[in-house]
Write a protein that binds this ligand. Structure first.
Ligand SMILES: Cc1ncc(COP(=O)(O)O)c(C=O)c1O
Length: 429
């Protein structure tokens, strides 16, 4: 045990920051600015240990689409907690949630639970290999699919190399993983076709965020991937960890009208608890069933908290609320207002910028050029973005570095405050 530095004399959040620095590498959980220590959240607002209040546009990195402490979700969770926290076995809440996913998501004929979105992506890639008997995965530069070895290939490379070479974005990954990856530029169907020709018969799966981070697909890109995957017997995987149940109830596949073979889901389906899923075609999902595919085709998959009933009821109640009339339109209307406020405020100052995304998820990239891929985002002015975000924070708006999540708990007063913060930030640049 390491001797803890004394934090006795420090007050408020300084005391927590000192304690965190003693026991957490880089003084944090690895996710977000570690100086921010949140104490509680309610509706659209969160409060930090320093006593500051913020309008929350981070919403736990996506799950809290209804805001914090939704009373209906809290009631469902409390009821389940009275019956048991986790069982490892099948349970009715998990089965009901799977039924609802199958009902809602076009590609979902069957569902397998895990605890994180990154695991869902990892298993989706593994299923693609098991199903096709091929070994390569095509992934897009800048695409985020969690923290598996494959997903860390060309996730956010600072050193740009020629396609299709993969750059590992983490230490500790075996060299062999690079060799199994084919890296392509997002939104460039021509490049994808060339790479699929080059690796003809070797590509098991194409994994793509239908909206990559905040970059929408150009017209025909997703449909083109669908066509190529079908023609070549490749499994098309949509990573819907963020977009699932956010871009309309049916997710990005419903919104953009292209159906993948498999998708990964997370965030919203767990209602704020750790739960994720891979869902898709029954013949591919059959590789989780040894009786159907035999020992050689079987993809072994076990997880202690898979199908956790507390997470399942939280997800089910969240989804029930999202199904109510007008929920998505109301969120979209707020997103559109905020997007145009960004445009007006920055336009008035003559600052080159692009508002990138869809109303439920977007941000501003400080660049004079339209953003269609990772390299476009990388070419944006990161210092301006940092300054803008710092000003937003000072005005009481909490957001991720490169994302704004619109959500259902934003009130008219919140909208006014956010708009005013955007104008203040633009004026300060
Ligand atoms: C598109 C996408 N895929 C996968 C993940 C990984 O999910 P998790 O953090 O639950 O592992 C994320 C997380 O933000 C994501 O945005």
């Amino acid at each position: 045990m390491v001797q803890a530095a004394s934090s006795q004399s420090l007050s408020g959040a300084d005391h927590w920051r000192a304690r965190a620095a003693n026991v957490l590498p880089a003084a944090g959980f690895g996710n977000f600015d570690p100086s921010m220590i949140l104490a509680r959240g309610e509706g659209s607002r969160v409060w930090d240990e320093d006593g500051n209040e913020y309008i929350d546009l981070l919403i736990g990195s996506g799950p809290m689409i209804l805001g914090h402490g939704n009373p209906e979700v809290a009631e469902a969770v409390a009821e389940q907690m009275g019956k048991g926290l986790t069982f490892f076995t099948n349970n009715s809440a998990g089965i009901e949630l799977a039924e609802e996913i199958v009902e809602a998501v076009a590609c979902a004929e069957q569902v397998r639970y895990i605890s994180t979105g990154g695991e869902a992506d990892m298993y989706a890639m593994r299923l693609a290999r098991a199903f096709t008997g091929r070994h390569r995965i095509l992934k897009f530069e800048g695409g985020y699919h969690g923290m598996s070895a494959e997903a860390l290939m060309s996730l956010a490379p600072q050193k740009l190399v020629n396609f299709p070479n993969a750059v590992p974005d983490s230490a500790g990954i075996p060299k062999s993983v690079e060799e199994g990856m084919v890296i392509a530029p997002y939104n460039d169907l021509g490049a994808v076709r060339e790479l699929l020709d080059q690796f003809d018969g070797e590509v098991a799966g194409i994994i793509v965020e239908p909206l990559q981070r905040i970059i929408p697909p150009v017209e025909g890109f997703l449909a083109g991937l669908r066509e190529e995957a079908t023609r070549r017997g490749i499994v098309l995987i949509f990573d819907e960890v963020v977009t699932g149940f956010r871009f309309t109830y049916g997710g990005a596949q419903a919104y953009y009208g292209v159906e993948p073979d498999l998708c990964s889901l997370g965030k919203i389906i767990g209602g704020g608890f750790p739960l994720a899923a891979v869902a898709g075609r029954a013949d591919i999902m059959a590789h989780f069933d040894k009786a159907k595919v035999g020992a050689d085709g079987f993809a072994l998959q076990i997880g202690t908290l898979s199908g956790n009933p507390v997470a399942s009821v939280a997800g089910l109640k969240t989804m029930e609320i999202l199904r109510r009339d007008g929920m998505y339109d109301a969120m979209a209307a707020k997103g559109e207002v905020l997007m145009s406020t960004y445009g007006d405020a920055l336009g008035a100052k003559g600052i080159a910028h692009q508002i990138v995304g869809e109303p439920w998820l977007f941000d501003c990239v400080f660049s004079p050029r339209a953003i269609e891929d990772y390299r476009g985002v990388l070419g944006g002015d990161g210092d301006l973005a940092k300054a803008f975000n710092a000003s937003m924070r000072a005005s009481g708006i909490l957001k991720a570095d490169a994302k704004i999540y619109t959500h259902a708990a934003l009130t008219a007063a919140d909208m006014d405050q956010i708009q005013s913060a955007i104008h203040t930030a633009a004026r300060a640049l």
